[in-house]
Design a protein around this ligand. Sequence first.
Ligand code: SF4
Length: 418
Amino acid sequence: MNAERITEKLNILADAAKYDVSCSSSGSKRKNDNKGLGNASNGICHSYTEDGRCVSLLKILLTNHCIFDCAYCVSRKNNDIQRAAFTVQEVVDLTINFYRRNYIEGLFLSSGIFKDADFTMARLVRVAKKLRTEHKFNGYIHLKSIPGASDELMREAGLYADRLSVNLEMPTEAGLKLLAPDKNRQDMIDPMRFLKNEIILRKEEKKLFKKAPMFAPAGQSTQVIIGATPETDQQVLQSANHFYKNFNLKRVYYSGYVPVLADKRLPALNTTVPMVRENRLYQADWLMRFYGFHVNEIVNDGQPLLDLDIDPKLSWAIRNMQAFPIDINKADLQVILRVPGIGVMSAQKIVSARKHGKLNWDQLKKIGISVNRARYFIICNSNEFERRDLTGNNIKQFILAESQSKYLKNKPNQLNLF
Ligand code: SF4
């Protein structure tokens, strides 16, 4: 291996891969019981760069050559950039070398499209197959599925990868047509449907035959780019909800568009999507998946955009003041989950702790709820902090003022010098 050339390729292909944010590795258990290399388990690979992107996997493209010309992508055919391509063996060697040196705990491999979907997908699958079969690699592998790849290749990919993902790219079909006219939404939906059915089938098989091979044990995910097209948060979250429900996705990743290319179909180069919009979408996504919220309760025709000032649960609560205050000592778990400042774990702790007696503020604080928020929405076994006759808007202003003063209190001393 020519080390200099490999380093050069690595610089190009790791840089090109950074725009894909769908690289969390949770949800896979691949035990090292064949004395092989590595051990993927729940909770590994969760380190993030300052801008929130996960970095503990070797995250690269097989190539940044591409036959397509998606307007939002640095690797697009008509972009004048340095191109490179790894061979299958080079990716295998890099993964093993980095793994042995403890630099990484797994591989996240995506690719531009070389010649056609199958030609490219076959190479991605060969990387995973070699790692698993020749090197007995048990680390985490996330493969991007190339839209339009055949069922046979998807089936093979699932035998070696922990997670597979097909990027939807744009939240709506219209957005995709505008910015990626070479792509066809159906080419993304077909492999997703295939994976969903195959994952279900293989799980059933595994129940009957313990030795049946694992198939994409960490499931499938997707990524949508936010802010490259004018879709509202309502459209983004409705689309996510549709794919969660119909394709059993583990995660939808929301990636704020990074303007790197000038194109009249795209936002101007100096306009970036605020990071807070990404955060609010993730919070809304959690409300749908873990807190029992329906997408229309979070965003709807009257409120198509998430409030960037406050989180979506607080936003829902102040629009629905008639639902509060709730008695924390009597309410059902599902109702407690809707209280701002109370997370899933705290809600469960409340339900089990109140079996031993009525809870007051001190006990609720010990359980870990955020009293600053929750106090406007609940009553408990003490009288302080009652909401009295505050309106939703009053509450929003109080909470914003409080977080602002907290920020000022914690501001670094350095700033006081100027
Ligand atoms: S197909 Fe993928 S790599 Fe190629 S231009 Fe489109 S987004 Fe970029």
